[in-house]
Design a protein around this ligand. Sequence first.
Ligand SMILES: CC(C)(COP(=O)(O)OP(=O)(O)OC[C@H]1O[C@@H](n2cnc3c(N)ncnc32)[C@H](O)[C@@H]1OP(=O)(O)O)[C@@H](O)C(=O)NCCC(=O)NCCS
Length: 222
Amino acid sequence: MIQELVPGRVAGWDSFEDQPRFTPHPAEAASLRSTAPARRQEFANGRYCAHRALRRLGTPAVAIPAGDRGAPQWPDQVVGSITHCPGYTAAVVARRTRISALGIDAEPHLPLPEDVLEFVARPEEHARVRRLLAERPGMRWDRLLFSAKESVYKTWFPVTGRFLGFHEAGIRIDPEAGTFSARIPDPGGTGPGLPEELTGRWRVSGDLVVTAIAVPAPEGER
Ligand SMILES: CC(C)(COP(=O)(O)OP(=O)(O)OC[C@H]1O[C@@H](n2cnc3c(N)ncnc32)[C@H](O)[C@@H]1OP(=O)(O)O)[C@@H](O)C(=O)NCCC(=O)NCCS
C-alpha cells in the first residue's frame, strides 16, 4: 500500500504482520532504549521493512540506528521514513539526489479522542475537520489530520534538526484528490531543501489511515 502513496523513485516496503524471526543489527538494537517486548517488536518490524526497502532501492541494507530524537540514521546518500501501528509497518527510502525528505505515518482508522484533537489542531483546522465529519461521516478526518501532522514532523525533523509543534504547521486536506498540503508559516524556517509548503498523499484502506510526503530534490541535484 505505501508504494501507491509515493513517487516511483521512492522505494517502499510494508507488512501486515510481526517479524518475530527478524533480528535487528546490533548497532540498531543498541540504539533502542526500551526493554518492553511490544516496543522491541515494533522496532524490529520497522527495521525489517527499512532493510527491505533499501534493498529494493539497490542499496546495501546497512544498520539504521536511532539518532537524535529517535529519527532513524539513514546511510549518507539516502533519506527515509518509518511508521508502525498495530497490524501494520512501513518504510520508504530514496536517493538524496532525487528526494530531499520523506515522511510517512499510519494510524488506525478510528476517531481521534476529542482532547487530542483539541491539542493538535489549530482553530481553523478544527473547524474544517468538524465540517468534513458532518458532511462526509464515513471517514475519520480528525485521525487523518493527526496522521498528516505526524508525516510533516518526520519530513521536517531530519532536514532542520528542530522540533515542530502541532500548531506550527497548517494542514489543508483535499477530500476529493486524496492529497493534503502543510504550510509552515515561518519563512525560512523550513531550512534548505524544504519548500514552505509541503504536499502529501493520503489513503484509507481497511482499518488504516496512511499519509506520506515526498519532497523532490531541487532540479540541479537530480
Ligand atoms: C516522533 C513521532 C512523530 C512518531 O509518530 P508516531 O505516530 O507516534 O509513531 P510511528 O510509529 O508512526 O513512527 C515512529 C517512527 O518514527 C520515526 N521517528 C521517530 N522520531 C523521529 C524524528 N524526530 N524524525 C523523523 N522520524 C522519527 C522512527 O523511525 C520511529 O520508529 P522507530 O523508533 O521504531 O524507529 C511522534 O511520536 C512525535 O513525537 N510527535 C510530536 C511532534 C509532531 O508530530 N509535531 C507535529 C508537527 S505539525
